[in-house]
Design a protein around this ligand. Structure first.
Ligand code: ADP
Ligand code: ASP
Ligand code: MG
Length: 406
């Protein structure tokens, strides 16, 4: 009999009634003949409360204790879900990360999974017992609980599906699939039936939080079939598949936005070989990820201006690193702006359609939206704009690429 992984996000297990409803979705799969492993998130809002509590304890909490506190929400849901399943007459038990064990590295609060021992769970699944596994958490070589970063239970689900050789990994959430853009800001967004791993990966990393970026990366690597679907409506959701399963490609499949962006400009940087290394080396050493970069043509051959983006959370750190290295970098002035947003269009169709970027620039110009920085890859174009125009830009692009529902 085929194995299946079902993952329920926070809103799907928000209270006891929701958990009972989710349990019925599990029962339906068991009745259809599947051996099921269930991954649960914390009840909606609980992880945020835990993070708040930790923050009230001081500015720089010990990440190991942070993990111990914020992982607790999933323990509660796993137990409650096992009880709900038992109540439906099913065999079920809860598993915490360390009990499986789900091994990770020891980068607390942002740990990466390394290995999952599924032998015992596999044997029990084969006997018809449902495994209810706490998502988001693992155990490090230091023998302490780790967490995988916010939204990380998607990663737990995909990793478990890969390790169990599951036929599919279903991600149950509060929308009925992946949409052409965030349905919360564009009511005319449409559900996508099938999307490629590459597009989903770009969309997730560019702001579509419906799946965690690393979960898509892992699914692609391990060949896990993924479906995003609703906990509340029984219809099929969106299947994440390889490119050869998609017959006709749109020029653009989706539009995303991210407000977690900040822009730094260095004015009159000395224009010498090695200057970029002098700037980005210390930032990399400080664990600051730099995303979009533009360097202006030098007017006098001696100095140039350089603009780049980092996440808002990294801004303070990035500025202090650059100020500390002002001597080697040799710049006149530094400006920082966290009132920006990144808007992107994504689609594998860009490989075969010309003029996609131009259409984007034109549509933004018509709305009077100024583009501050541009970056492109094979299947995406991103622009940085004033944060104030986020929704206007997303809606305009959604329309211009023909994505609006009738
Ligand atoms: P969960 O708690 O189930 O993990 P998330 O909040 O992490 O749920 O993800 C679901 C949310 O993702 C939706 O409510 C939706 O607002 C948002 N979202 C952003 N972009 C998209 C998109 N392109 N398609 C679908 N949902 C999206
Ligand atoms: N509960 C965790 C969070 O809120 C993990 C998850 O829901 O995916 O980030
Ligand atoms: Mg999520």
């Amino acid at each position: 009999m085929a194995r299946l992984v079902q993952k329920f996000g926070g809103t799907s297990v928000a209270d006891v009634d929701c958990i009972k409803n989710a349990a019925l979705r599990v029962k339906a799969e068991v009745d259809a003949g599947h051996h099921v492993a269930v991954i649960v998130s914390a009840m909606a809002g609980v992880t945020n409360q835990m993070v708040d509590l930790v923050n009230q304890m001081g500015e720089l909490p010990d990440a190991r204790e942070y993990d111990s506190v914020v992982s607790s929400g999933e323990q509660v849901t796993a137990g409650l879900m096992a009880l709900a399943l038992q109540d439906l007459g099913l065999m079920a038990r809860s598993w915490l990360g360390w009990q499986v064990p789900i091994r990770s590295d020891t980068q607390h609060a942002k740990a990466r999974l390394m290995d999952i021992e599924v032998e015992e769970i596999g044997t029990r699944l084969d006997r018809g017992e449902i495994a209810v596994i706490a998502g988001f958490q693992g155990i490090g070589a230091d023998n302490r609980i780790t967490t995988l970063g916010r939204g990380g239970s998607d990663i737990s689900a995909v990793a478990m599906a890969g390790a169990l050789g599951a036929e599919r990994c279903d991600i149950y959430t509060d929308v009925d699939g992946v949409y052409t853009t965030d349905p919360r800001i564009v009511p005319k967004a449409q559900k996508i039936d099938k999307i490629t791993y590459e597009e989903m990966l770009e969309m997730a990393s560019l702001g579509a939080k419906v799946l965690h970026t690393r979960s898509v990366e892992l699914a692609m690597k391990m060949g896990v079939r993924l479906q995003v679907r609703s906990t509340f409506v029984p219809d099929d959701g969106t299947f994440v598949v390889s490119e050869d399963e998609i017959v006709e490609q749109q020029e653009v499949s989706g539009v995303t936005y991210s407000r977690d962006e900040a822009k730094i400009t260095l004015l009159r940087v000395s224009d010498n070989p090695g200057v970029a290394a002098n700037i980005f080396g210390p930032l990399a050493d400080a664990n600051v990820n730099v995303d979009m970069i533009v360097q202006n043509v030098s007017e006098n051959g001696k100095t140039t201006d350089l603009t780049f983006t980092v996440t808002r959370t990294d801004l303070k750190n990035a500025v202090s690193v650059l100020e500390a290295h002002k001597g080697e970098i040799e710049y006149d002035n530094l400006t920082a702006d966290d009132g920006v947003a990144k808007i992107s269009v994504v689609g594998v169709g860009m490989r075969s359609h010309a003029g996609i970027a131009q259409k984007m620039f034109q549509a933004l110009a018509e709305k009077g939206i100024n583009i501050q920085v541009i970056s492109t890859s094979e299947i995406k174009v991103s622009v940085l704009v004033d944060e104030e125009y986020t929704e206007l830009a997303v809606r305009a692009l959604h329309t211009v690429y023909g994505l609006d529902a009738d």
